[in-house]
Structure formats: structure tokens, C-alpha cells
Design a protein. Structure first.
Lengths: 372, 348
């Protein structure tokens, strides 16, 4: 029987803005929350605070220029984004890039994934209140940034891939430093586990929180670790291998629970898998050219082209509609962040404010990727 | 020297005025001392955090960055106080004083050494508990008067948390009071001179009481893993979101002084207060005993900082579950056990 309390005090749900300036939203994302006490009744993301109309700018730019726009989208997977555009252009031009390019792109892509997951891990800890994780993660991420800096000159918005291959060859130190990093990082992931994964409070905060069913994951178009945490096979590297992913052996990391802890574990496993992929390739980078000569002005043949890659956040699709000129008629990105953000209302409704932060963190949002 | 000042004061003015002047002097000395202590606890916290987090911490202002927190305090004092409009002016301005005054009053009864204690009242522990729980009023007022939803959520959380964990702090101390038979702080310490520190006397309930006291005490001071009040990733800055300048500094300083008080209570009740370990300096009359007190307090504070920089934060319902379903029942059983032990005169 429901206990009935007669009272003249009225309670009402109230509205609260989380963002656009809020430490938990990792950027200028505005969440409009309807809250009953601590319990969330509705979450409505409001986008557009960092919209730079990248897709429209693509219609104005040449294909070489478009590459440089993409690393401003998901700035944590800049190499992988660049690779996606290069792959779609190469597909349209029917260029087969040398093996060396493929292998280097794969290694760089996996390093990018580790760097991105490192940052995610640090911020994940911070969101649930353990500030120390951030500094541990950044210690290791710095090493990857150093490797990138040596090879391509930048640390954040990195440009290395160009249509037809790579801008220039890898730095002579690249192989050694990558090996050093692998040896170093193999000892650090267990440290991450000791600090955060096994912690009772952390387990309580994430286990059974924000459960995403496989059906929902598919119907929302979720991809990457968010979908794989619910047991959906969606790793593009496995299903539609590109670059050198058909040469290496790796497991698609899958969890079945669909809660925050499952998504967390998927990413931790992915770091191990990425290490193993790099290990398989780093000793056998084939000799050869680093680019195929393309014309100074690239004109894609008339038609539609699509290429997808697996970024650290999920499936990034590049759709090009070309009319045969030097600019695309339409360039559309299917970004992983936008689809993944779609699940937030169904995950967070009914949970507490603290849970929302954990859910946001395991969805791993990068706002410029959502807004473009 | 204190004796000289005392005599001099009484010689130059009438008795009533002299005693008031003396009190004011003592209070000023305490205030100055603990403002300084608070500042250096902030410095200590930043250094400890840095050690945990592979950083260096403050190291630019003064030797080893020792003047960094001074500089920060100066900055806060000279800062403009910004507020949003439509605040409840009276309550908003009153709130920080509640918090800081509650923290400072409690200092009056802490026994730093035999001579170094402002008031040795016979209900010392009770007084400490009563006074230190006053601070939550300030937090509630501040959150309410700020006219900010985040501040309000933080303040309400604080109310829930402090009221719940007060019970555990009180009960775990009560368990120890059963053992000592006195509420007077100096007497509790004297009991430990003969029998050894209470936590080392071999009573299992004492150890349990200490653990519960540390958990509840950390929650009382609103520190991680119980810092839901100012959970920065959820609520921005919690109840003090709208405070700036010196008013913010009061809240900030109060947190550290409260931490000092909780650690002091732990030292007095469990670790023998100013008594030296194994009585090594008991025979030396000129040795300042309060050094032992401060060393022990710093040890406990380091433990609390260790919690903060290692653990994630609990969720608000888990916080209440922990208190009402685990700590409180364990505590009650623990107290009964202690009573039985004392009744039967056992050593367990």
C-alpha cells in the first residue's frame, strides 16, 4: 500500500541549466535538466554553441584543405579524422596507397586512440571525484604527444595525412620512441586499474548505472565503445577493414552489461588492443614511398562516395557528393559524438545528478565533434 | 613571560578591565595563530596533492613556495566582492561568519598541551560537537541566500550530510567516553598517561570507533570522498558558487580549520593528545608538549588528504546508505560491546 501523506507543501520539478559553461560537460554543451530534488526527470541537450559550419566550409575548400578542417572536429582523434577524408578521396580517385603509408597510418591512428582514451580515463576519474587520475593519464599522454610532435610538428590539431599518402616520412626516432612508450604504458594500465577500476566507490558509482540495451544502442545509432559496451558488434576496423587493419590480429572488445562500468571496461580493453596492434606493426614497417603523386588540384569524378573509419569515439563517416569540380558539392560527416549523445536522455532519466555526470563521462563527449 | 604580562596588566588597570583585556589578547593570539595555521594547512594540502599527482606544487613564492598561500590570502582580501542581484543580502552576508565563527569557537577548548588550553571545561567533547555542528547553518544560509540553484542543491546536500554523520561522530566518541569516564578533554588525556593511548589499550571496539570516527569526521568536514557539497564536476562550486573574495576565503579557511579540529579530537581521544609516545619526553620539563600534539594532528590530517586525493566521490544516496544502514548500526552495537567490556572489566 502506498503511504499517503497529507500536506499543504507543494513540491515541484525545477529546471536547471547544466552548461554551456560547466565543468562536467567537457566543452560548451548545454544540458537542460528537469530535476525533482536530486532525481533527473528529463535531459535535453542544446547544441550549437561551438558550431563552425565545417560542412559548409568544405563546399568552398579544395580536398587538401578539407583534411585540415577535420582535426578541428574531434580534436582528440585528429589523425583518424584526417585519415577518413584521405581515404574517401583516394577511394574516389581509385588510388592504391603504398603499404608503408597504410602501416604508418594504422600505427598513428592507434596511438591517437590510446591518447584519446588516456584523456578520457583521466577525465572520467575527475568526473566521479578522483582528481588524481587526470595527472596520471596526462603523464602517459604526454609521451604520445611528444612522438607526434617529432613526426608531424603539432601536439593538438595534428595534420599528417594528405590525400595520396603522408606529408613526410616518419621521424627517425619514431620507431624507438613508440617501442619505449609501449613498454612504459604496459606497466601503467594495471596502475590505472589499481587506482580507479577496483575502487569500491567507483564500482558503486558505475555498476548498473545508465544501462543501454543493445536494441536502443542500434536504434539510436550509437557506435564505438558506447555500443560495444552493450554488446553490439560495430568495430569498423573489424567489419570493414581499412588501411592495415586486415594485416593485424586483434579482438573487438565487447561487454554485455551496457552500464557505465561496461563502457569503461571496453575502453580499458581497447587500450590493450591498440598496444597489441602497434606492437605487431612497429617492427615491420615496409620500405617504400610515402605518397602517391596526385594532381595539384584534385577533382573527384562525378558521383557519391562514402568512407567510414573507427575513431576513438566510434564510427566517423565521410560522405562526398562530387559534381566533378575541385570542390565537393556536398560534404557530410556522420560524427560519432552526435549519435552517442542521443542516448543521454534515455540513460539519465530517473537517475541522480551524480549519475548523469558519470554517464556523460562514459559516453565520452567531445563537443566540437557534435557541433562541427 | 605570560605570568609577567598577567601581573603587569593587573597592576596598571582595575581588575575587571584587566581580565577583559587579557581575554581579548588571548582571543587575538588564537585568531592570528589559527588563521596562520589554516593558511599553512592549505599549503600542506597543495603540496600533498602535488606529491600524489606527480607535480611540484607551489614552489615559486618564497622558499619552497611557503609564502604562496599568504599571497593568495592577500589577493582574496583585496579582491572586489561580486554578487549577483536578487540575493538575500542579510543572510548572504551573515553566512560566512557563521561558518568561520563556529570553526574558531571550537578551538578554544582544544588542549594543545597542559598549559596551552584556553578553556578546560568539564563537558569538552560535548562542547566541541555542539559548536562544530553550528557551521552547517552557515552553509545552509549561504546556499539559500545565493539565489542560485547549484548553491541550493549543495546546501541541501550539506544539511543532509552533516545531520546524518553527526550521529556517527557523536556515538563513536561516546564509545570512547565510556572508556575514559570523563568528558573533559584534559582528563581524557591524563587517563591515557597511565594506561597508554586508548587505541592501543587492546579494546577492539576502540579501533572500530576510530575507523568510524575517521569516516564520519571526513564527512563532517565535507571533504572527499564526501565532498558532495561542493562536487565541482556536478555543481560547479556548490554552496559557495556565488561567493567571492574574502567571503569565499572564510568558507575555504573554515574547511581547513574544521579538518584541524576533527584531527585534534581524534588525537585527544584516540592517540593520547600531547602525551609523547612511550613517554620519551615526559621527564623533560622544558620540552614543549604541544609539539607532539601537532605532529599527531598532522599525521591524521595527512590521512584525510590521502583519502581526498585517492578516492572517487560517493553519490548522495550512497552517502546516506553508508551512514544509516552501516555506520550507525555498527556504531550502536559497538557502544554496547564497549559498555559490556567495561562492565565486566575485560580486555578485548
Amino acid at each position: 500500500m502506498e503511504p499517503t501523506v497529507k500536506s499543504n507543501i507543494k513540491t515541484e520539478e525545477y529546471f536547471i541549466n547544466m552548461g554551456p559553461q560547466h565543468p562536467a560537460t567537457h566543452g560548451v554543451l548545454r544540458l537542460m535538466l528537469t530535476i525533482d530534488g536530486e532525481i533527473i526527470k528529463n535531459v535535453e541537450p542544446d547544441l550549437g554553441y561551438i558550431h563552425r559550419s565545417i560542412e559548409k566550409m568544405c563546399e568552398r575548400d579544395s580536398y587538401q584543405q578539407i583534411v585540415h578542417l577535420t582535426d578541428r572536429m574531434d580534436y582528440l582523434s585528429s589523425h583518424i579524422n584526417n585519415e577518413a577524408v584521405c581515404l574517401v578521396v583516394e577511394k574516389a580517385l581509385e588510388i592504391e596507397v603504398p603499404e608503408r603509408v597504410k602501416v604508418i597510418r594504422t600505427i598513428i591512428g592507434e596511438l591517437t586512440r590510446i591518447a584519446s582514451h588516456c584523456l578520457w580515463w583521466g577525465v572520467m576519474g575527475m568526473d566521479v571525484g578522483a582528481l588524481t587520475t587526470y595527472f596520471y593519464a596526462f603523464r602517459d599522454r604526454e609521451l604520445i604527444n611528444d612522438i607526434f610532435e617529432e613526426t608531424c610538428g603539432a601536439r593538438l590539431t595534428m595534420n599528417y595525412n594528405i590525400p595520396g599518402g603522408l606529408m613526410f616520412d616518419i621521424h627517425p626516432n619514431f620507431v624507438n620512441r613508440t617501442k619505449e612508450f609501449i613498454a612504459h604504458f604496459k606497466t601503467k594500465i594495471p596502475e590505472y586499474d589499481r587506482l580507479l577500476t577496483g575502487n569500491v566507490i567507483f564500482q558503486k558509482r558505475t555498476k548498473g548505472i545508465g544501462v543501454l540495451s543493445p536494441e536502443d544502442a542500434i536504434s539510436f545509432g550509437a557506435s564505438g565503445p558506447v555500443a560495444r559496451g552493450s554488446g553490439v558488434n560495430c568495430d569498423i576496423r573489424k567489419i570493414h577493414p581499412y588501411s592495415a587493419y586486415d594485416l593485424v590480429k586483434f579482438e573487438e572488445s565487447l561487454q554485455t552489461n551496457g552500464d557505465c562500468l561496461a563502457r569503461y571496461n571496453v575502453r580499458i580493453q581497447e587500450m590493450w588492443q591498440s598496444l597489441s596492434i602497434i606492437e605487431q606493426l612497429i617492427d615491420n614497417i615496409p620500405e617504400g614511398d610515402i605518397k602517391v603523386a596526385t594532381k595539384a588540384v584534385i577533382k573527384l569524378p562525378k558521383g557519391e562516395y562514402y568512407q567510414r573509419v573507427e575513431t576513438a569515439r566510434g564510427e566517423l563517416g565521410c560522405y562526398v557528393n562530387s559534381t566533378g569540380t575541385k570542390n565537393p558539392y556536398r560534404f557530410k560527416f556522420r560524427s560519432p559524438g552526435l549519435s552517442n549523445l542521443g542516448v543521454i536522455n534515455s540513460l539519465a532519466t530517473g537517475s541522480k545528478i551524480g549519475d548523469l555526470v558519470a554517464i556523460m563521462s562514459t559516453i565520452d563527449i567531445v563537443v566540437p565533434d557534435i557541433d562541427r | 613571560m605570560i605570568e609577567t604580562i598577567h601581573n603587569w596588566l593587573y597592576s596598571i588597570m582595575p581588575e575587571g578591565v584587566a581580565s577583559i583585556t587579557e581575554m581579548v589578547l588571548i582571543a587575538t593570539a588564537y585568531l592570528a595563530l589559527f588563521a596562520l595555521a589554516g593558511l599553512y594547512l592549505v599549503y600542506f594540502e597543495r603540496k600533498v596533492a602535488a606529491w600524489f599527482q606527480l607535480r611540484l606544487g607551489p614552489n615559486r613564492v618564497g622558499p619552497f613556495g611557503l609564502f604562496q598561500t599568504m599571497a593568495d590570502a592577500l589577493k582574496l582580501v583585496s579582491k572586489e566582492l561580486t554578487t549577483n542581484d536578487r540575493i538575500d543580502k542579510l543572510l548572504y552576508n551573515l553566512a560566512p561568519y557563521f561558518v568561520i565563527v563556529a570553526a574558531l569557537i571550537a578551538l578554544a577548548v582544544l588542549p594543545f598541551s597542559k598549559q596551552f588550553q584556553a578553556f578546560d571545561i568539564n563537558i569538552g567533547i560535548f562542547f566541541l560537537l555542539a559548536v562544530s555542528s553550528m557551521g552547517v547553518i552557515g552553509i545552509l544560509l549561504g546556499g539559500w541566500a545565493s539565489n542560485n540553484k547549484y548553491a541550493l542543491i549543495g546546501a541541501i546536500r550539506s544539511g543532509i550530510q552533516t545531520i546524518s554523520y553527526e550521529l556517527s561522530v557523536g556515538l563513536s566518541l561516546l564509545t570512547m567516553v565510556l572508556l575514559t569516564g570523563s568528558l573533559q578533554l584534559s582528563e581524557i588525556i591524563e587517563v591515557q598517561r597511565t594506561g597508554g593511548w586508548l587505541i592501543l589499550q587492546g579494546h577492539i571496539p576502540a579501533v572500530i570507533a576510530f575507523m568510524i570516527f575517521m569516516i564520519a569526521g571526513t564527512a563532517e568536514t565535507n571533504r572527499a570522498p564526501f565532498d558532495l557539497v561542493e562536487a565541482e564536476s556536478e555543481l560547479g562550486a556548490g554552496f559557495h558558487t556565488e561567493y567571492s573574495g574574502m567571503k569565499f576565503a572564510y568558507f575555504f579557511l573554515a574547511e581547513f580549520i574544521n579538518m584541524f579540529i576533527i584531527a585534534s579530537i581524534a588525537v585527544v581521544v584516540f592517540f593520547g593528545g600531547w602525551l609523547s609516545p612511550f613517554g620519551i619526553t615526559d621527564e623533560i620539563t622544558w620540552f614543549p608538549q604541544f609539539i607532539w600534539f601537532f605532529i599527531k594532528v598532522l599525521g591524521i590530517i595527512f590521512l584525510m588528504m590521502w583519502f581526498r586525493w585517492t578516492f572517487p566521490r560517493l553519490r548522495v544516496d550512497q552517502l546516506l546508505t553508508l551512514e544509516w544502514k552501516y555506520l550507525l548500526p555498527i556504531n550502536l552495537v559497538n557502544m554496547v560491546l564497549m559498555a559490556i567490556i567495561i562492565w565486566l572489566n575485560l580486555t578485548l
